[in-house]
Design a protein around this ligand. Structure first.
Ligand SMILES: *[C@@H]1O[C@H](CO)[C@@H](O)[C@H](O)[C@H]1NC(C)=O
Ligand SMILES: *[C@@H]1O[C@H](CO)[C@@H](O)[C@H](O)[C@H]1NC(C)=O
Ligand SMILES: *[C@@H]1O[C@H](CO)[C@@H](O)[C@H](O)[C@H]1NC(C)=O
Ligand SMILES: *[C@@H]1O[C@H](CO)[C@@H](O)[C@H](O)[C@H]1NC(C)=O
Ligand SMILES: *[C@@H]1O[C@H](CO)[C@@H](O)[C@H](O)[C@H]1NC(C)=O
Ligand SMILES: *[C@@H]1O[C@H](CO)[C@@H](O)[C@H](O)[C@H]1NC(C)=O
Length: 184
């Protein structure tokens, strides 16, 4: 699956790449996922309801783009309950490098060590988040691993685990059920 996704996106014309918005959030879309917000809990990326996380620092991420297409994240505290106090403020999105055995997607704080991770080259194709790799490939290899039956998924990159579902990460929030109903 990952290989097919890679081939597909590698053939997209680079001209269609879009400007990264100044400030954005990311939402996961997939077969059974209708736009789950991306959140950070203890340095790893998840999608779903951050309040279901067992981490007291879990919060949805508001991104801003930096140079080299590095994406920085800050907590969006709008809907957080009182028991959640994010202890992070400016973290850097990473996906694992191609030879990394840990395929989780996460965030580096400024003083964490790099390891085999990729922190630059994140771009938008339309409103879909992708990675422009050093070799010129445009990749979308996001996967979600269900966390129990919480409706929360932990984010992976280039996963080979068959229980993980392919995800498209987009900057567009889902239309609410109410808005859908009003339109009909
Ligand atoms: C929170 O902890 C409970 C009990 O350990 C576990 O069943 C559940 O999956 C956890 N939720 C998340 C989102 O990790
Ligand atoms: C923070 O989240 C709320 C929804 O919970 C959203 O309306 C708002 O636009 C977000 N703010 C930023 C800066 O991302
Ligand atoms: C947060 O704490 C304040 C003051 O103690 C309280 O009024 C409010 O209801 C609390 N909010 C939540 C979501 O628990
Ligand atoms: C976040 O950190 C980067 C460097 O790691 C810096 O360039 C950027 O200005 C910082 N952003 C904020 C909002 O502090
Ligand atoms: C994806 O993983 C495979 C091994 O499972 C590796 O050969 C390949 O280079 C990886 N691709 C990327 C883009 O990380
Ligand atoms: C580095 O990280 C540790 C915990 O991981 C934190 O206590 C410390 O304040 C950080 N230092 C700086 C300069 O950010």
């Amino acid at each position: 699956m990952g290989f097919q996704q890679l081939l597909l996106v590698a053939s997209l014309p680079l001209m269609a790449l879009s400007k990264t918005p100044d400030s954005f959030q990311l939402y996961a879309y997939g077969q059974a996922l209708g736009g789950l917000p991306l959140f950070n809990a203890d340095g790893y990326a998840y999608v779903g309801d951050a309040s279901l996380s067992n981490s007291s620092s879990a919060a949805p991420v508001t991104f801003s783009g930096g140079s080299d297409n590095t994406w920085f994240g800050a907590p969006n505290t709008t809907d957080l309950g009182n028991s959640t106090t994010p202890d992070w403020s400016n973290v850097t999105l990473f996906v694992p490098g191609s030879s990394s055995s840990d395929r989780r997607v996460g965030f580096l704080s400024s003083n964490s060590s790099d390891g085999d991770v990729v922190t630059s080259g994140f771009i938008f194709y339309g409103s879909t988040a992708m990675l422009l790799a050093d070799d010129g490939d445009v990749e979308s290899l996001w996967f979600g691993a269900p966390v129990g039956n919480t409706g929360v998924y932990e984010m992976y990159w280039n996963s080979t685990d068959s229980s993980h579902v392919p995800i498209a990460l987009r900057s567009v929030a889902p239309t609410s059920a109410n808005t859908e109903r009003r339109r009909k």
